[in-house]
Design a protein around this ligand. Structure first.
Ligand SMILES: *Cc1c(COP(=O)(O)O)cnc(C)c1O
Ligand SMILES: [Zn+2]
Length: 446
């Protein structure tokens, strides 16, 4: 059976563009593209047959199908030959039952999808494997591509540089000079990316990378490239699979450029189109209150969308005022009866810390989603019996300053951290240590 995918304009312009050629926007209207699959071909297999196939492949060692993304290859990227797949066994992440944290909130079934338990520490791996594999496929077909480039300070550049290094393809990261710490860059530098630090701001870097990828045979890896969303949509399919194909009631997800929520919806939509699910969850997008254009638009009933000037937030990966994928995100929210919530700096930091007290190690973006969850429970939108999944987008281990400064009570804009925990300094004296232990044992465990 020949499966087929092509780029299509989301505004409805007629025609298609091939996915194995460098198209980032609609050639007619300049709008966003999405990947459309030949659903009739996919429908030739029954829902039960797809479920069986996905189950056989899941976490297996049969390369590349053990990957959570490539195990669903026919639904994701049928244009890539197996020998051109560049995979690091992405996906297949733990769906953590946050039993104790959920119980504190009054929820019976709270699950946290730990997408940060991945090769480069964030969900960006799910999309980057598809993008870099497509580039390898195009090169194998004789297309002249000399490098892949992005303008990103964080998780996108980490994922790009790792997958490109594994494939032996040159990667280029363009950044505003003097505004990025070495710690944020250590992954791309380690993977041998060419890091260009330019005297401009982030928007200036975006303009440069667009310019360069138009002309020099350099492929663009930023998230207007909708191939990445095809890999990211597998998170929805994987969640359903982990629940034995039962769809949760709610999914809460942090949003910046809004590609990931668009991908999440695309995954649920495709399962419904192909008969593997009979409904979609309601989706809540969680934003930082310092970078909240979607929240503001939601407050106006999505009547209009206006970019905002994003302010500095600890949730740095969603510090975005002019998100690329807002039309796709609004479509997802309208289709699922969704919600948009926001979280202040203190709310995101304290919610992350509360989940940590029940065994997590939450990154600030996950903290934004958890704070939104707490609000939806408090206003009774989410009910005690609902099955809820929170998407954790990165590992807390990638944000050591955020985690340490919270507990040292030095975190900017969070003057009174509710769950700060610092070491107790003691002399080397057994009596003093025993007294300290006794005092600890007298305190309630929270
Ligand atoms: C990229 C990223 C996000 C935001 O995803 P969008 O697709 O831009 O909405 C959230 N959290 C982390 C850790 C990220 O790297
Ligand atoms: Zn168009």
């Amino acid at each position: 059976m020949a499966y087929r995918a092509a780029f299509r304009c989301i505004a409805g312009c007629p025609g298609e563009h091939p996915v194995n050629q460098p198209y980032y926007r609609c050639a007619r209207c300049g709008g966003l593209l999405e990947v459309a699959h030949d659903l009739d071909a996919l429908k030739a297999q029954s829902p039960a047959a797809w479920k069986k196939l996905f189950a056989e492949r899941f976490m297996s060692t049969r390369w590349p199908y053990g990957s959570g993304v490539w195990g669903k290859k026919e639904w994701v990227a049928p244009h890539v030959d197996d020998e051109n797949v560049v995979s690091m066994f992405e996906g297949g992440t733990n769906l953590f039952w946050a039993e104790r944290y959920g119980r504190k909130l009054g929820l019976r079934e709270l699950w946290i999808k730990l997408c940060g338990n991945s090769h480069t520490g964030s969900f960006k791996d799910l999309g980057m494997t598809v993008l870099v594999s497509t580039v390898k496929q195009m090169m194998a077909e004789g297309r002249d591509i000399s490098a892949i480039a992005c303008a990103s300070t964080g998780d996108t550049s980490a994922a790009l540089s790792a997958y490109a290094a594994a494939a032996g393809i040159r990667s280029i990261v363009i950044l505003p000079r003097g505004k990025i710490s070495t710690a944020q860059l250590v992954q791309p530098l380690s993977n041998g990316a060419a890091v260009l630090a330019v005297d401009t701001d982030f928007d200036g870097c975006m303009r440069l990378v667009s310019e360069i990828t138009e002309r020099e045979g350099v492929y663009l890896a930023n998230s207007m490239n909708s191939l990445r969303l095809e890999g990211q949509k597998t998170v929805a399919i994987e969640i359903a699979q982990q629940f034995d194909w039962d769809v949760p009631d709610w999914v809460v997800i942090p949003g910046g450029n809004l590609g990931n929520v668009s991908a999440l919806w695309a995954g649920f939509k495709m399962m419904m189109d192909l008969g593997l699910a009979d409904r979609a969850p309601r989706i809540c997008v969680a934003q930082s209150s310092r970078a909240n254009p979607l929240y503001q638009s939601y407050q106006r009933g999505f009547e209009r969308f206006e970019a905002v000037q994003a302010e500095k937030t600890h949730a740095s990966a969603i510090q975005i005022g002019n998100p690329v994928s807002y039309t796709k995100a609004i479509r997802a929210l309208e289709a699922t009866g969704g919600r948009v919530e926001q979280a202040s700096e203190a709310e995101l930091a304290d919610a992350a810390a509360r989940a940590d007290r029940a065994g997590m190690f939450s990154c600030p973006h996950t903290g934004v989603a958890l704070a939104a969850l707490e609000k939806l429970v408090a206003d009774d939108t989410i009910r005690a019996g609902d099955r809820v999944v929170v998407i954790s987008t990165a590992s807390g281990l990638k944000f050591p300053e955020f985690k340490t400064q919270y507990h040292e009570r030095t975190l900017e804009r969070v003057p009174a951290p509710a769950h700060a925990n610092s070491p107790i300094d003691l002399p080397n004296d057994v009596g003093t240590v025993r007294d300290a232990v006794r005092r600890i044992l007298d305190m309630p465990l929270d």
